[in-house]
Design a protein around this ligand. Sequence first.
Ligand code: AMP
Ligand code: TRP
Length: 378
Amino acid sequence: MICEKYVFNWQGAVLLKNILLIFSNILLYTFFMNLSRLPKKDTIIYIANNFMEKQPILFSGIKPTGRPHIGNYLGALKNWVELQHTHNCIYSIVDYHALTIEIKPVELTANILALAKTLLAIGIDPKKSTLFIQSHVPEHTELAWIFNCMTPVAEMERMTQYKDKAKQHKKNINMGLFDYPALMAADILLYRAEAVPVGEDQLQHLELTRIIAKKFNNRYEKYFEEPQAIITKAKRIMSLTDPAKKMSKELGESSYISLLDSPEQIRKKIMKTVTETSTSKTGNMSPGVLNLIELLNHFDNQKASQEYANQYNKGVIKYAELKTAVADTLITYLKPIAEKYNDISDIEVKNILRDGAVEAKDIAQKNLKEIKNIIGLI
Ligand code: AMP
Ligand code: TRP
């Protein structure tokens, strides 16, 4: 009897061992099969994602409407680079959004490539992040239509960017301009992103994205995260020619410093900056001076920033010296970016964008299929 029990247990142990062996072999097989199928992402990242806690998904986009300036960089793009260490980042050149304003085809094509190269030059690393062109993943516009059918017109009418742009482009108030936030919500929610680094002016659009996510979750089932904005310290970099207004491509060449401006252009524009304005008489630091002192701070020259702020408070500041310090700081900071930009070929950047679209599509197709399923489309 004792002997029979012993034989039974022994057989059971062998059976268990064999089951475990088969199971672990299946796991290993799937792991290495996936590894060999990976498009391009680092093997290390894949292994890390499998064995460590997953990083939160982050999405952001930028329009290819011209050369990015230091306002874009400090308000959004610098953050994009840093967030690559802590998030699973998906970055898009949102070309469909650029169509809401009239733009020549050759200009649009050139802007897209120049913007992609600039993003790589500032430190967006395609091994860590997904970088792609919005129109290469048609699921964005498909989801935007679904969101159109859930978004009250009244919510869209509240959008200040729409109101501002409608005033600026009176002859071209098109449906795309009005519907812009639905496509932006689709960009973000298509990847079920939790975090969105943007400048302050985009907070209203992000709030609408959360409203759409909530509406969908309540009407159907909880599917979307309600994404949170990540804002930088440099909320509003002001125009060099009119420091009461936000730095923007639309205020003319001399009002902004492009990330690719030559040292001569940078010096010329900074030396012409408006410093004293009527508001300087009120006792507060004039917005032009404040902008320059803040630029020193944001471009890693905190010592000079503090020094000129002290000089201003004591009434001994010399604006020509402040401007020279800002120009020198900017020229030193931007030089490696321009060098890296010039090293990237068109073919190289096109390959990166093509691979990025494959990675983005992988997620977009899976998620859109689930979304369609939830709302009853077959
Ligand atoms: P845009 O050039 O309008 O497509 O903006 C791209 C990103 O840069 C957005 O997240 C904006 O909020 C941000 N941005 C644009 N201009 C400024 C500025 N002057 N100061 C800070 N952030 C800005
Ligand atoms: N609307 C943004 C801007 O003007 C660009 C954008 C489009 C965007 N889709 C996005 C930003 C999704 C963040 C996430 O700057």
